[in-house]
Design a protein around this ligand. Structure first.
Ligand SMILES: [Fe+2]
Length: 458
């Protein structure tokens, strides 16, 4: 037996396995290092280390590869093979991993939450629940999962600051911005290198349209998260969002080229950031040059994974934007076959929402704006199901808005945008609504909105 940093027992036959597990967990908290490599090396020499395979398989799933990825299947088999000789808590982890690997992320999240009921200090269960709910957009569960265990922790425990960071992100995603910011800032005070907490605060500022503060926040913390290889690309993406709103496009291109486009082809979540940023830049009317090409090449190996609907939509966006029609057709067929043969919740979400989004972004790039609006419009209210954050999914709102505007459906664009502006007026939303007003001949309203944008940004 071995004992982890938080005092939980797990099965291992070698004394050094506990060190490796703790080191991998440290890396995971920091989004740094090579936790998968470290755990696999350890599991290869420690035949009882079932948690190692559980951990690596889950990290792959949360990194954005699909449940059918050969490495996930291999690690699931290895964990299952050891199930009979490990503790009940470890068995529960293996079962939850097994469930996640069938595309039932919500159910898996609840299984990890069940582990937390009995073992509230099980940080691996807390992180796994957090990540699986994120994959299916269940913000309220994500929020509750961390909040439920926080009162059982104390601030002198290892990873307490990181748990606060998770709690902050959950609060942000359910719209509790003030509480989220407070908790996120507290987390960063305790552990400045907690990039996830920095990220939670950046999300709050993004959702509240606090462009200057957001830029300042991310720039002032960059030295603490620069080396978080598994997250830094996403934080650079976050920095680009307010820069876009302030129309500082040269800086966005510099960050894209130096910090984002350099990601590895296996870092699916980072590929999505790249796709989303190039797409947004083009929606601002900018020429992104030949940047789609190398990005599309990196995406190719993920064509048949169908990890989650959010990933699929970004794959489709990339292929459509790089004019790879044949690949896009093959992808659509592969997605169709996946949906037909898949009884999981993930299959249902891809079939019901993801497919329309993929068809919609394809039509949009083909300048079939009516079709794009008719595909995306009916599912836009359900996109929370496809995974990702509110800020990330905003790219579909942007695409739908522009499809409506370009199709000349200004009244519909107005109906769509006005409640969003009333809820939280960001410069981009106001600019888009002004364009809708232009189309309706409401010149004074459009001018007033544009003046508000200018005064808000100065
Ligand atoms: Fe984010």
């Amino acid at each position: 037996m071995a004992i982890d940093k938080l005092g939980l027992e797990f099965t291992a036959s070698l004394p050094e396995t506990a060190d490796a597990f703790n080191a991998a967990m440290d890396d995971y908290m920091l989004f740094a290092g090579e936790p998968v490599g470290l755990l696999l090396e350890t599991a290869e020499v420690d035949p009882d280390f079932a948690m190692g395979y559980c951990f690596t398989g889950c990290l792959r799933l949360f990194g954005g590869v699909g449940p059918t990825h050969p490495r996930v299947s291999l690690e699931l088999r290895a964990a299952r093979a050891r199930r009979g000789r490990v503790l009940p808590r470890e068995q529960a982890h293996i079962d939850a991993f097994d469930t996640a690997a069938t595309g039932e992320f919500s159910k898996a999240g609840r299984m990890w939450d069940d582990i937390l009921q009995e073992y509230p200090y099980d940080m691996m269960a807390a992180k796994c629940a957090h990540e699986s709910y994120f994959l299916v957009g269940e913000a309220w569960r994500l929020q509750k999962s961390a909040q439920d265990i926080l009162p059982k922790w104390s601030d002198n425990m290892p990873y307490y600051g990181y748990l606060l960071g998770m709690g902050a992100f959950g609060l942000e995603e359910v719209g509790e911005y003030a509480e989220a910011e407070k908790m996120g800032r507290r987390a960063v005070e305790i552990e400045p290198r907690d990039g996830w907490a920095v990220h939670a605060v950046a999300h709050v500022m993004q959702m509240q349209g606090r462009c200057d503060e957001n830029i300042e926040w991310l720039e002032s913390t960059v030295d603490d998260w620069r080396d978080a290889v598994w997250l830094s690309g996403h934080l650079w993406w976050h920095l680009c969002l307010p820069l876009l709103e302030k129309e500082q496009f040269d800086r966005v291109f510099d960050i894209y080229d130096a910090r984002m486009a350099t990601c590895d082809e296996d870092m699916v979540t980072r590929l999505m950031d790249c796709t989303s940023m190039l797409w947004r830049l083009e929606e601002f009317g900018l020429d992104v040059g030949d940047r789609w090409e190398p990005l599309a090449d990196k995406w190719l190996r993920h064509a048949d994974e169908h990890a989650i609907a959010f990933t699929d939509a970004h794959f489709a966006m990339t292929m459509a934007a790089s004019d790879r029609q044949r690949t896009l057709r093959r992808f659509n067929q592969s997605q169709h076959a996946y949906v037909e043969g898949e009884a999981s919740t993930n299959g249902e979400i891809i079939g019901r929402i993801g497919k329309s989004l993929c068809e919609g972004v394809g039509a949009y790039r083909d300048e079939e704006f009516d079709t794009a609006a008719d595909k995306i419009g009916p599912v836009i209210g359900d996109t929370w199901r496809i995974g990702g954050s509110n800020a990330q999914r905003d790219v579909f709102r942007l695409t739908l808005t522009n499809a409506l505007l370009k199709a000349g459906r200004h009244a519909e664009a107005c109906d769509f945008l006005e409640p969003l502006v009333a809820e939280g007026a960001t410069p981009n939303l106001m600019r888009e609504l002004a364009m809708a007003y232009d189309g309706l001949g409401r010149d004074a309203d459009a001018e007033a909105l544009r003046a508000e944008v200018v005064s808000g940004l100065n």
